[in-house]
Write a protein that binds this ligand. Structure first.
Ligand code: GDP
Ligand code: MG
Length: 457
């Protein structure tokens, strides 16, 4: 039934889409289905990710892989759990993409929504292959549920008027894609997956179509990505989040895409105020669910192999930046060279900003989102004169306020997915510096353009 190729690593899959389309529930449903079938053991909850081993994938796709005609070769699938743009933009390494494949979730009742468009832009920019889960089919009026059934089988069981409503909504979604300059087609009718987006109808509530979705992801990766999935000796590891954990201090949540990592390894990464050079104190993953009563929240590992999501505990990680790469400094490596490489992305972003010019002040939560935001502002021809990563402090507002005298309308802070301290807010009010806050790039942009219009009038 399967024939694992030992030279292949597991692909990394990210789930994107508009809020409330069902991203979280789709993952929950996949996990639960396996738990109900008494096979949760193989599925491992990691940091920011869930790992589905081949055995699980094979069972989950049974219904659409009759007689096991299709042979699974990949060891498993690592699905990133914290869906959203943030995670996607941070799955990067030297500007290239670490995520192998994406599931873009669209609500069949709503079609393409604003964040769907933003997701498509990001996917196109990173050249990430993706499949669309056309979710919530169970909400079509009079839908006849058969739990966890393949889409084509369950569709045959629907009444004529349900099938017609489905067809209408499908056509509408396809039209939306056409309007964005893309072809789209039901996945089993798609004859040209290189230039046509595949749509897989699903329900995260009933599990219908989920076998099709997983099967599609497996086939897509297995058919077109073997080269990318072949184990390389190169080590690739990216920070997704920086978190303070009781008993561990500041830790970083990372995804190891390639290679292996040991407790005690010397690591080098990018810090806000310069490179961070430290030694791994512990590699941590969560305890399995059934062992919740054990004292410690995490399991320590002496070594971990890609692809895997985990937490690194080490001294001196306070100023580390999500979206940065982690390097291992072995005995034969030159630490100075690695430090330079670690700082390269941040430095090149900093160098791109003309601090002597006129422009707005931009603050973002991560390297990935900062990069995406700056790219966006460039397209919109909004100049930037200062940037920072992390919460907005009084000193940031002070910097932005410099513009009030040079070009008053630029005396603003564009704060993307970051908190603003009370002190910064008070100071901004006092000085007349506007702080625009948003978690979605184009919301930030919309608010700023509206403001610019007002200023001009
Ligand atoms: P997310 O914001 O994309 O992660 O969306 P959630 O997974 O949190 O789902 C948003 C809401 O839609 C929740 O109330 C879900 O119960 C509901 N939902 C998600 N998927 C489906 C589906 O396939 N069918 C129905 N009927 N409801 C769904
Ligand atoms: Mg969610």
């Amino acid at each position: 039934e399967y024939d694992i190729d030992k030279n292949l690593r597991s692909p990394i899959c990210v789930v994107l889409g508009h809020v409330d389309t069902g991203k979280t529930l789709i993952l929950d449903k996949i996990r639960k289905t396996r738990v109900q079938e008494g096979e949760a053991g193989g599925i491992t909850q990691q940091i920011g990710a869930t790992y589905f081993p081949i055995k699980s994938l094979q069972k989950l796709t049974n219904k659409v892989n009759k007689k096991h005609r299709y042979k699974h070769k990949l060891p498993g699938l690592l699905v990133i759990d914290t869906p959203g743009h943030e995670t996607f933009t941070n799955l990067r390494s030297r500007g290239s993409n670490l995520c192998d494949v994406a599931i873009l979730v669209v609500d069949i009742m709503h079609g393409i929504e604003p964040q769907t468009r933003e997701s498509i832009d990001l996917l196109k920019k990173r050249k990430t292959p993706f499949v669309v889960a056309l979710n919530k089919i169970d909400r079509l009026y009079d839908w006849n549920v058969t739990e966890n059934m393949g889409f084509r089988d369950t569709f045959k069981n629907q009444k004529k008027h349900v099938q017609m409503e489905f067809q209408n909504r499908l056509n509408e979604t396809i039209l939306h894609f056409n309007q964005l300059g893309m072809n789209a087609e039901l996945y089993f009718k798609n004859k040209s997956i290189k230039d046509t987006v595949s749509l897989v109808p699903t329900s995260a509530v009933t599990g219908e179509g989920i076998p099709d979705l997983l099967m599609y992801v497996v086939q897509l990766t297995q058919k077109y990505m073997i080269k990318k999935l072949t184990y390389l000796s190169t080590f690739q590891c990216t920070i997704l989040e920086v978190k303070v954990i009781e008993g561990h201090g500041t830790t970083v949540d990372v995804i190891l895409v390639n290679g292996k990592i040991h407790e005690g390894d010397r690591i080098i990464t990018c810090g806000l105020n310069g490179p961070i050079d430290t030694t791994i104190r512990a590699l941590l993953t969560p305890q399995p669910l059934k062992e919740l009563r054990v004292k410690s929240e995490f399991i320590r590992h002496p070594v971990l192999h890609a692809a895997v999501g985990f937490k690194i505990s080490a001294v001196g990680l306070e100023n580390s930046i999500p979206g940065s790469e982690v390097f291992i400094c072995g005995q034969r490596d030159d630490p100075e060279e690695l430090k330079e490489r670690a700082m390269k992305d941040l430095n090149s972003i900093l160098n791109d900003v003309d601090t002597s010019g006129k422009g707005v002040y931009v603050q973002s939560s991560t390297l990935g989102s900062l990069e995406a935001l700056l790219e966006f502002l460039k397209q919109m021809k909004i100049p930037v004169f200062g940037i920072n990563i992390g919460p907005v402090h009084k000193k940031d507002v002070e910097k932005a306020s410099v513009m009030l005298e040079l070009k008053p309308e630029f005396g603003v802070v564009l704060a993307f997915d970051v908190t603003v301290t009370g002190e910064a807010r008070e100071y901004a009010k006092e000085k007349g510096v506007q702080i625009f806050e948003a978690k979605i790039i184009y919301h930030l942009f919309d608010r700023f353009t509206e403001y610019m219009k007002e200023v001009k009038e």
